[in-house]
Design a protein around this ligand. Structure first.
Ligand code: HEC
Ligand code: HEC
Ligand code: HEC
Ligand code: HEC
Length: 476
């Protein structure tokens, strides 16, 4: 079995960096070079698996569906953005609103630039063989998330699929904004097809379409996991800060694009991830008796039988031995509901429990998913209207810590999501605290917390909890 631990190891490293950024305010370029070294140090995982039975089990429709973009504009290719006077400068421009060295950051540091190359690796060849695909790099199944896989009718002259997840995969096809976007207002650019990636909901929908997968053009299944694909896990604010920043949030940025609020990015990210999961569960065909297994808690099935550490979890109400959905984002959405929409919180908890208990085994599943989806959309709408305040952030942080302390038996996926959430909320709260020794104590707690969850196959609840305790005593 293969799980990606690379990302969590890097995460611990970056948390240190994030905190030291706040302590010493390193320049962006220093930060990038540190991240680069971090990547070089990160563990190169090897795939170990034995699944001959899956050969040829995978017959996927090869249709390319429209992605999230609002336009059908052509994608012109990274080269079209990367001229030295455009986004291809080697150094940031001093007198420009944007850095202008975006290409260099993406090309040298951002894993998205290598996403297509990954499909040529021995690991990918093995996955493709196990799935009975001719090759990974020619299959829509893989290209849909590892490249800018828009329909051939939308390829501009310089379009090149080997560029991987490029500028226009995230920012939208440039056909109608390339000429005008340096002079036009942001609003005019949006109207010409630039995606509103600064908006947390738009960004979340973009990122989760690949990092969780969707039910249309970016599908991932347990069959693909069984063939050797790493487990996916995602938290919007954490991943937004790990992706090497090719943009700088400064005063002109907020003037053009509005306030940048990490707490809001985290919260909306949780809700959109829940919505994507529920939609996927509703829309994917069931695999025999079960819902598509990729939506379940991997460790619900993949753990040694001798490991008997079950304890009741009052939030899920599941009996011992129950099949479990990956409920991490859903439980986070409940924590948010308690703060954002208290009048809705009991209903959210009731519907979550009904879904988790009934959803896996009965054909009631779709109805229960729809009900919960409706609740979560309401919370998101109210949050979009009024972002979380500092007091609400404190309340959420306390709820997350208390939940972790009292439900230390929660599954790995939930603990992992809590750790990323607590880190995200702390990053916001900590700016109002000046006491350096206190910050160091918090950092120590965060590191310990992550050590508890840095390996999905060796979850150590006691270490996770020790980290939470340290954080709890250090919060003023
Ligand atoms: C078109 C699909 C796609 C979209 C959209 C996408 N990603 Fe990714 N992302 C990937 C793939 C594929 C990888 C792995 C690349 C590789 O190593 O081959 C990745 C890797 C990453 C990594 C590195 C993870 C690690 O383990 O080091 C981060 C961080 C990340 N993405 C953040 C984001 C964020 C934030 C967004 C939204 C703004 C986003 N991604 C949008 C496909 C996508
Ligand atoms: C739903 C989107 C999606 C699909 C479909 C998908 N991948 Fe991925 N893949 C990702 C993301 C996202 C990552 C990065 C995970 C992370 O680090 O968090 C990734 C990571 C990988 C990795 C590990 C890369 C590394 O740097 O360690 C390999 C290998 C891989 N994918 C191969 C494939 C192959 C082969 C296919 C087709 C059979 C495929 N992927 C289909 C989204 C997808
Ligand atoms: C994985 C998704 C992703 C990819 C790939 C990507 N970007 Fe971005 N980009 C973002 C996000 C998220 C932001 C921050 C939100 C925003 O301002 O829209 C951003 C911001 C920007 C900004 C805005 C800076 C500002 O001050 O307003 C520019 C310019 C930019 N990107 C250019 C590029 C270029 C050029 C490339 C390709 C070389 C690229 N991006 C690749 C996601 C991406
Ligand atoms: C309902 C139970 C169940 C869930 C949940 C589940 N799996 Fe599986 N998994 C299986 C079964 C059954 C097999 C086939 C084992 C075999 O062939 O020996 C399997 C096989 C695998 C394999 C191949 C292992 C091997 O021996 O070659 C991988 C990797 C894998 N799963 C990953 C995952 C990931 C990642 C998740 C979560 C997204 C997950 N699984 C969720 C039941 C499950």
């Amino acid at each position: 079995m293969y799980f990606s631990t690379r990302f969590l190891i890097k995460l611990i490293f970056l948390i240190k960096l994030n905190f030291s950024l706040k302590l010493n305010s390193l320049s962006v370029r220093d930060a990038l070079s540190v991240i680069n070294r971090g990547r070089a140090l990160s563990v190169v995982s090897t795939i170990v698996f034995s699944l001959a039975a899956l050969t040829n089990a995978f017959a996927e429709d090869e249709a390319v569906n429209p992605n999230l973009e609002q336009t059908s504009a052509k994608h012109l290719g990274v080269a079209s953005c990367a001229a030295s006077t455009c986004h291809g400068s080697t150094l940031p421009f001093v007198e420009s609103n944007v850095l202008q060295n975006e290409f260099r950051t993406w090309n040298e540091l951002d894993p998205h630039a290598r996403a297509y190359q990954t499909l040529l690796s021995p690991e990918s060849k093995k996955i493709a063989r196990n799935l009975g695909l001719a090759s990974a790099e020619t299959s829509d199944v893989c290209l849909s998330c590892h490249a800018d896989n828009v329909a051939p009718t939308r390829h501009g002259d310089d379009f090149d699929i080997t560029e991987g997840v490029g500028c226009e995969t995230c920012h939208g096809g440039a056909e109608n904004y390339i000429e005008s976007h340096t002079k036009a207002s942001h609003q005019e650019n949006l109207e010409a097809g630039l995606s509103k990636t600064e908006n947390p909901t738009v960004r979340a929908e973009l990122c989760v379409s690949c990092h969780i997968g969707n039910h249309t053009d970016r599908k991932i299944t347990h069959t693909i996991m069984g063939a050797g694909h790493p487990r996916l896990s995602f938290e919007l604010n954490t991943f937004s800060s790990i992706q090497p920043a090719h943009y700088q949030v400064d005063s002109d940025y907020t003037e053009r694009k509005g306030p940048h609020n990490e707490l809001q990015i985290w919260a909306i990210g949780q809700l959109v991830a829940s919505e994507q999961l529920l939609t996927n569960i509703r829309e994917f065909p069931r695999s025999g008796l079960f819902p598509e297994l990729v939506h379940m808690d991997c460790l619900g099935c993949h753990q040694p039988m001798s490991k008997i550490d079950w304890a009741p979890n009052p939030l899920t109400n599941l009996a011992a031995g129950s099949l479990r959905y990956n409920d991490a984002h859903l439980l986070m959405s409940y924590q948010l509901a308690k703060t954002v929409s208290p009048s809705l919180a009991n209903e959210v908890l009731g519907n979550t429990q009904a879904f988790l208990n009934g959803g896996a085994s009965s054909n009631n599943s779709d109805k229960l998913a729809s009900k919960l989806l409706n609740n979560i959309e309401k919370i998101r709408t109210s949050l979009e209207g009024s972002p979380l305040s500092q007091e609400q952030a404190n309340a959420i942080l306390n709820a997350l810590i208390n939940n972790g302390l009292s439900a230390s038996h929660q599954g790995y996926a939930s603990a992992e999501q809590s750790a990323m959430a607590i880190n995200s909320v702390l990053r916001v709260i900590i700016t109002s605290q000046d006491d350096a020794s206190n910050k160091a104590a918090l950092l120590g707690g965060v590191e310990t917390m992550f050590k508890g969850v840095n390996n999905p196959e060796r979850y150590r609840p006691e270490i996770f909890v020790a980290g939470l305790r340290k954080i709890q005593t250090s919060i003023k």
